[in-house]
Ligand binder design. Sequence first.
Ligand code: SF4
Ligand SMILES: [Zn+2]
Ligand SMILES: [Zn+2]
Length: 315
Amino acid sequence: MSTMFCQKCDQRAAIRMRQHRLMFCRDHYLEWFVEQTQRTIERYHMFTLADRLLLAVSGGKDSLALWDVLWRLGYSVDGMYINLGIDGEEHYSNESEQYCRTFAEERGLSLQVVNVKQSFGQTVPELARLRHRSRSKPCSACGMAKRHIMNQAARDGGYDVLLTAHNLDDEVAVLFANTLSWNVDGLNRQSPVLEARDGFVRKAKPFCRFYERETAAYTLLRGIEYIEEECPFATGSKQIIYKEILNKLEEEHPGIKLHYYVSFLKARQQQVFQPGAAEKVSELELRPCPSCGQPTTNQGLCAFCTLVSKAQATK
Ligand code: SF4
Ligand SMILES: [Zn+2]
Ligand SMILES: [Zn+2]
């Protein structure tokens, strides 16, 4: 195969992106990636330099890459790591926490850490067992706990926007799942930006148009150290199966994932998914949870506080 060259200079290309018909050397790739992030932030009116941002970091490549890019672009962005207590005391969660701490220290950035066991008495897998005794995976309790803790931290800290580092592959896998079951509520809620409402902080996903391969290349070429190991509960999940199917499609038709996502956003904007559904969701009456003050549709405690009070009762 002949050597491929950067489109902007005469250096050897470090990455070729068939879906965009682009090839760049290391330096031009890093530059392109940062510019593209800024374009996505502007395209979806996500936030400005005046906003205070809180980013959920996991220690993985996507969230650390996003923190790095936003820091370079001059945004005011703090990190938040939630130690879920996965795989014992020493392993997955603690190691991920260490990557986040090192990253923040090296750049003089501020990182908040919430340890679920220390704050709520039990780890996430333990809490999940209280909720669904029969299920082996703690993922639904885990997702609920993460959303709850992140929103609380953003409210308490007076942040304007809560950020996550979901990439295009993540978004497209969720879209695929939502389409397979025609989950209209899910489709309505899936967006690069979700406005603040009733006690929920505004949310944004600045990496939603990047392929996972692109965020991985950024992390690698920038030399960011991250936890390569996946959460032990991620294996065999439906999300992963969907990602594999979508990767097969992408191989045959470069660009199909981006097209699927962008066309979905267009259809969503035209309110194809049941006009008025968004209003219906907000008509569901939300009241503040008597324990934590966050919005819930429950009569008493919110789902998270219910779980935590169960955990305390079993002690
Ligand atoms: S895969 Fe791991 S981190 Fe992700 S939701 Fe499941 S338990 Fe939580
Ligand atoms: Zn170049
Ligand atoms: Zn609550």
